[in-house]
Design a binder for this molecule. Sequence first.
Ligand code: NAD
Length: 440
Amino acid sequence: MNTSNEHANDVSRRRFVTASTAAVGAAALVSPALASSAFARGDDRIRVGLIGCGGRGSGAAQQALNADPGVVLVSMGDAFSDRLENSRTNLVKHAGERVNVPPDQRFVGFDAYQKVIDSDVDVVILATPPHFRPEHLEAAVKAGKHVFTEKPMAVDGPGVRKVLEASRQAKQQGTALMSGFCWRYNIPNRECYARLHDGAIGDITTVHSTYLAGPLGKRPRQDGWSDMEWQMRNWQHFNWLSGDHIVEQAVHAIDKINWAMNNRTPVRCYGVGGRLCREGLESGDIYDHHAVLYEYDNGARAFHMCRQIPGCWGDNTEYIIGTKGNCFVNSWGPTQIIKGPDNEVAWQYKGPNPNMYQVEHDELFKAIREGTPVNDGDFMAQSTLMGIMGRMANYTGESVTWDDALNSPERLGPETYAFGDYPMPPVTKPDSAKIAKAGT
Ligand SMILES: NC(=O)c1ccc[n+]([C@@H]2O[C@H](COP(=O)([O-])OP(=O)(O)OC[C@H]3O[C@@H](n4cnc5c(N)ncnc54)[C@H](O)[C@@H]3O)[C@@H](O)[C@H]2O)c1
């Protein structure tokens, strides 16, 4: 896929698939040595830089350090110095001198990501709020770095197009690109989904997935915080930063729809959503519930619902129905059960369940050492776009096609970043007149 807007606006569902397939072919031609060249400097250390030093970034850095004794953390970047220092202190406690980030390798502000990428690192971990991901990913891949990037990959269509382009470049140059869609690295789920793809329940006709949870934490505004700082420190609650919780959190469950459908692209979706219980300014402008129906060109349908409302029943499961049986997945259980045509249990996972976050990094650093490129680009972009198209449908009251979402010109958030005034946007009310389509 070309990066130019003109071309990007002409991307179709067919071309999404074709471009991806072509890129896989190209990757197969890449010399494995290229993938490991970045750290081949005469010692066996793999130098890691962390961008976004919050909860998940710090966790991912720990898992990277656990994954390989040669991993060293040498560079860190965050929008805020308190987040960076807190993370660094904890990581030093975890890994001692393998966390060696001197003051001149600690970068703060909106340009911190570029400084980490430009420092002498082999691998970067991207774990900021999702709004910034496409820009950070693009820069990291362009600089030839191996990347571990948290989900979701973007909050809007222009962002997804950037991610697809970065993914294609990573494939071509043979650098690793691993996503934080961690359930794909969950061993019980892998065993189960492999059976589904082998036809254990026949052709999949229906998928039902939920992410019914409570609200995420809020940080009350403090004296001296500008609009921008306040929103950034409460990023989960602002659409431009998080993409709404259907994109930020429930995308895990949407990714499991995508996985069940073997990454088949939905043709269109529609749904309902709203905001019943979110209160206070810190709760931002996102909805607190969504339900979306995805339609596929083979007649299959996938239903997703998610909620962030306190005091309600919680559920995070998938029901997958096929022509010869059905499957129930509760990843947290873990419970993975496949049933035959008469609803008899045909298979149930009974093996080990190692920490999937650690599995991700074990596999990433093994791949880097062995020079075998790993690239999650296609499914991570696709699952993210499915979440975005669901939000677009619910915010506009329209049915939204895959092409509408992928080619959407709607870019969320400011064009440039600065700590200062940035008024809180109003909550969006469904209004089909507002759907933004390419060329309009
Ligand atoms: N895979 C999973 O299970 C999982 C779990 C939690 C979070 N996540 C994802 O990880 C990402 C981070 O979530 P978190 O819970 O760690 O949030 P967090 O708020 O704890 O951390 C985000 C960090 O990024 C920093 N930041 C914000 N904007 C920045 C910028 N432009 N440049 C540099 N730093 C910036 C913040 O100051 C903060 O320290 C999100 O995308 C989230 O969806 C994934």
